[in-house]
Design a binder for this molecule. Structure first.
Ligand code: SAH
Length: 471
């Protein structure tokens, strides 16, 4: 983000526009919506600017800009449609400490003016850093259609009620009150009964909130899927948005955490094999502490919370503290890895069962029923298996697995940087090293990706064909 969006208070501040032609008119249309003291400086002004001057909406000086014109100015616009004169105006503006904008010249401007959807006091500003003005206009058109014209009035009525609403305790109670007003009830009352209707609705909602008991704290243990925010469930999205507190694992991407409200407390409680990480007891304690204080807590875990997510330990702690909870399932990494490789996790004639296995457990590399897994007809999705690859290969081969059994490695499943590699159990450690797999990866044992997808992922067709015979 090269430009940081802010809303600048320009009430009674001097804003100077150098240029009085058509180029200045379009900027002035926006500036005239404010309460700034607007000064337009330019010889030969167009009739529209003369009219505004006559109406007293701006001051007009019919000559070129001079340093004395910008004393104390907050903003200076170069709108002469003339490179040299704009550069001169910009120099004068900067000298006086004002922020400068040259119309249609991003590189020489200190700030840019966004496209605006105006429902005063609600203003939506849209910027693309000059990358796509057409896109900004399209977004503006979409928002214009979506935000009712009455929104500004609704917000103004709300604003005048803020002192009364202040009698509700800060936090959830007050938020729920406003949320009801702005999520349809206020608008409906406004349409039906005009301004009085909306005011009466606010009174009614206030009485209602005073009388209802505050909600108890609660923890939702939410699976956020493998990384692609579109793979989040609708329920997960809603709960994240409603949460007072969000505690998330390291693998949960920013795009999902950003769905939380800005005032929400957000804590990463990541556990990594390396570097500082949270102890499970501390995570449990934090969950209990926030919920006991009455917070609605969203505990976000990657994939599905019930697959290698240490779910039970957290549930036990909550039960012990008598805190209510619910679980929201998510798409586990194996499902996403299989989908992106065009694979079915089970297949008639290939594997009639699939295991979810971990390569690691508290004791180190995890032991399993290798003999059973080595039998043909078995399949496994191996989580946390990258570091255990040589161990896995050794155990499976000793117990009679076919050395050519296919393995599909999927790193960062569903994310933009996903990588898929097709190999065999024999070549697994080398394939992992060669592909430089360092991110989270699932190993799909007993499964080769579909040919077309494997080629797309950069694997040679010969290699795939060879392994397909081994399935
Ligand atoms: N509860 C999660 C698993 C957590 S354990 C789930 O259901 O997916 C962490 C392991 O999950 C990682 O070591 C890796 O093996 C796997 N994993 C998580 N996200 C992944 C992704 N986007 N792509 C591939 N593997 C992933």
């Amino acid at each position: 983000m090269r430009h940081f969006p802010i809303f600048l208070n320009v009430v009674e501040r001097r804003v100077v526009v150098s240029g009085a032609g058509e180029c200045a008119v379009s900027k002035l249309r926006l500036l005239l919506k404010t309460d700034a003291n607007i000064v337009v400086i330019g010889a030969d002004p167009v009739p529209q600017i003369r009219r505004w001057a006559k109406e007293g909406r701006l001051a007009l000086i019919e000559r070129r800009i001079e340093p004395a014109d910008v004393a104390g100015a907050a903003l200076v616009y170069g709108a002469n449609d003339d490179e040299e004169e704009d550069a001169r105006a910009a120099g004068i503006g900067r000298q006086a400490g004002a922020l400068v904008n040259i119309v249609d010249n991003l590189n020489h401007s200190d700030f840019i003016t966004p496209a605006i959807v105006d429902r005063d006091p609600v203003t939506v500003a849209i910027g693309t850093e000059g990358a796509a003005p057409v896109l900004a206009r399209k977004i503006k058109a979409d928002l214009e259609a979506r935000l009712p014209a009455s929104l500004g009035l609704l917000a103004r009525i709300g604003q005048s009620f803020r002192h009364k609403a202040a009698m509700l305790p800060m936090g959830r109670k007050r938020r729920d009150f406003w949320s009801r007003y702005y999520s349809g009830e206020g608008d409906a009352a406004l349409k039906e009964g005009g301004e009085h209707g909306a005011q009466a609705k606010l009174e009614e909602l206030l009485t209602d909130s005073i009388e209802t008991r505050p909600r108890d704290g609660h923890v939702s243990l939410i699976g956020t899927g493998p990384g692609d925010p579109e793979l989040l469930t609708v329920k997960a999205r809603r709960l994240i948005h409603e949460a007072d507190v969000v505690l998330h694992d390291r693998l949960v991407p920013d795009a999902i955490i950003e769905l939380a409200r800005r005032e929400a407390i957000i804590v990463e409680v990541g556990k990594t094999g390396y570097g500082p990480s949270w102890k499970q007891e501390d995570i449990n304690a934090l969950l209990v502490e926030h919920a006991a204080n009455g917070a609605q807590v969203a505990r976000l875990k990657s994939g599905d919370p019930g697959i290698f997510g240490r779910l039970d330990e957290e549930l036990d702690a909550l039960d012990e503290a008598n805190i209510s909870w619910d679980i929201v399932p998510g798409i586990t990494a194996a499902a996403a890895a299989a989908a992106s490789s065009g694979l079915s996790l089970t297949k008639r004639g290939r594997n009639s069962s699939i295991r979810f296995m971990t390569g690691r457990d508290v004791e180190g590399f995890a032991e399993h029923d290798w003999r059973d897994l080595a039998k043909s007809g078995s399949g496994a999705a191996i989580y946390m298996g990258v570091k255990a690859a040589a161990f896995l290969r050794g155990r499976l081969l000793i117990h009679g697995a076919d050395a050519q059994t296919p393995v599909t490695i999927v790193e960062n499943a569903s994310r933009a940087n996903q990588k898929t590699v097709s190999t065999t159990i024999l070549a697994l450690p080398d394939a992992l090293a060669e592909a430089g797999i360092t991110g989270p990866a699932v190993l799909l044992y007993g499964m080769a990706p579909r040919k077309a997808l494997a080629v797309a992922a950069g694997v040679s067709p010969e290699n795939i064909a060879e392994q397909a015979g081994a399935v």
